[in-house]
Write a protein that binds this ligand. Structure first.
Ligand SMILES: [Zn+2]
Ligand SMILES: [Zn+2]
Length: 432
């Protein structure tokens, strides 16, 4: 005979089983791992995300999302309305990189594309395949569990993140006129330096303003043995390169961060010829709009002052060109960041959620929050390093490949699980 207590226990067990089955997404995480593998093996470069777009649109349409296609090229939105009055935007980026994968995994990408007659290898070396898979898992959950939430969810699938172009392109194509206006914007990015299963969040400025500046120094070329008869642009650019390093150390507040890196210098053809010009390429990083303007204006002034020092005629003054490739800083709304940390601590466990460092890398997700009226935004990081690799890294027996490395291989199962569960938790918390 079963006791009443045991009868109750058994029925509570069945009751939980039923609740679990009803609330569970129809797809198991195994299915999402297959989606991940498909995306991983079929990467596409920035502005070429044609098949990726088609594939993801198909899945989201199947889940009942309203698809708004072709927003700024391959970008699209997938919208699910379920009463309520709150709206969350969640973005994933779709593009991959021209890198030959060297992870040795069974589902390694061997895809190439033709560019200028050459075969260019392609790899999801920035984890955007994880981002897309997490979005799909999250989207499926909300479509199958409409009883547990009210509101509107807008998923944004963005092209061309790696060239800092896609977000701007979608906004210029009228994104915010085509979708319900969001109360908050969310996105995640994998981290190649932290353990899978963990999440980290940086309140405030999290990633930098990115600017590309081209500088050309002109001179009057001639024989290397008769420098007094020339104006030497190589010496001028050398003066310039060392002087621009004083911008961050002398002009920027020591409390603020900035970077001025001259990444490319090209000039001259031979030992004994002073050339007519030298071309420099500079990456500039900053956080605030004011610091950005300060650094760029100092670069211009320093270039001009070197021309004056060298008695150049006005028509040979250096040309400083700010490229139209600006990516604004990612600013994580501090309140949103604090709330997200609380929510994710509950979801994943307190020990799995921590404050992340600010970085000077760039991400064009920041664009989505800078529209008028401004939208509080948050980009959080999910760890992608397996426990084993992380242990070996801690005892100095292993280096962790960075993002954009041909050897970057996320611990995909745990990383996707965390991507999906943290995205669901944050969206649901905001809507309810
Ligand atoms: Zn990247
Ligand atoms: Zn990325």
């Amino acid at each position: 005979m079963i006791t009443f207590k045991r009868y109750l226990n058994r029925n509570i067990y069945y009751l939980f089983l039923i609740i679990y089955a009803v609330s569970m997404p129809l797809k198991s995480n195994e299915d999402f791992y297959e989606i991940y593998k498909y995306l991983h093996q079929n990467p596409e470069l920035s502005l070429q995300e044609f098949e990726t777009t088609k594939y993801l649109e198909g899945l989201l349409e199947e889940y009942g999302y309203e698809i708004i296609t072709n927003i700024g090229g391959n970008g699209f939105a997938a919208i699910l309305k379920n009463g309520g009055n709150k709206t969350v935007l969640f973005r994933a980026d779709m593009d991959a990189l021209p890198i030959k994968e060297e992870t040795g995994i069974s589902f390694e990408s061997i895809k190439t594309t033709k560019q200028n007659g050459m075969d260019v290898p392609i790899m999801h070396a920035c984890g955007h395949d994880i981002h897309m898979t997490s979005l799909i898992g999250t989207a499926e959950y909300f479509s199958k569990n409409k009883d547990s939430w009210k509101g509107t969810i807008v998923f944004i699938l963005q092209p061309a993140e790696e060239i800092g172009f896609g977000a701007r392109q979608m906004i210029n194509a009228g994104l915010f006129k085509k979708i319900p206006y969001p109360d908050i914007n969310l996105a995640l990015h994998v981290s190649a330096q932290t353990q899978s299963g963990t999440v980290h969040i940086t309140p405030g400025f999290a990633m930098a303003n990115v600017d590309s500046v081209d500088v050309t120094f002109y001179g009057e070329g001639g024989h290397g043995a008769y420098p007094h008869l020339t104006k030497d642009p190589i010496v001028m650019s050398s003066q310039f390169i060392t002087t621009v390093q004083t911008i961050v150390s002398r002009n920027l507040s020591p409390i603020n961060a900035g970077v001025v890196t001259v990444g490319s210098i090209h000039g001259g053809t031979k030992h004994n010829i002073i050339p007519n010009h030298v071309d420099l390429q500079i990456t500039v990083r900053s956080y605030s709009d004011e610091d950005r303007e300060l650094i760029i204006s100092r670069i211009k002034k320093i270039a001009e002052s070197i021309a004056i020092q060298n008695d150049l005629p006005k028509n040979l003054y250096p040309i400083v060109k700010l490229r139209d490739e600006y990516t604004p800083a990612v600013f994580n709304n501090p309140d949103l960041a604090m709330r997200a940390k609380e929510i994710l601590s509950k979801e994943l466990g307190k020990e799995k959620v921590f404050d992340g460092p600010q970085v000077m890398g760039g991400e064009d997700f920041g664009q989505f929050g800078r529209v008028e009226p401004k939208i509080p935004s948050l980009l959080f990081w999910i760890g992608a390093v397996s426990q084993k690799d992380y242990k070996e890294f801690l005892n100095n027996s292993k280096k962790l490949p960075s993002l954009h490395s041909s050897k970057f291989l996320p611990d995909y199962e745990k990383t996707i699980d965390t991507g999906i569960s943290s995205s669901i938790a944050l969206i649901e918390a905001h809507l309810n």
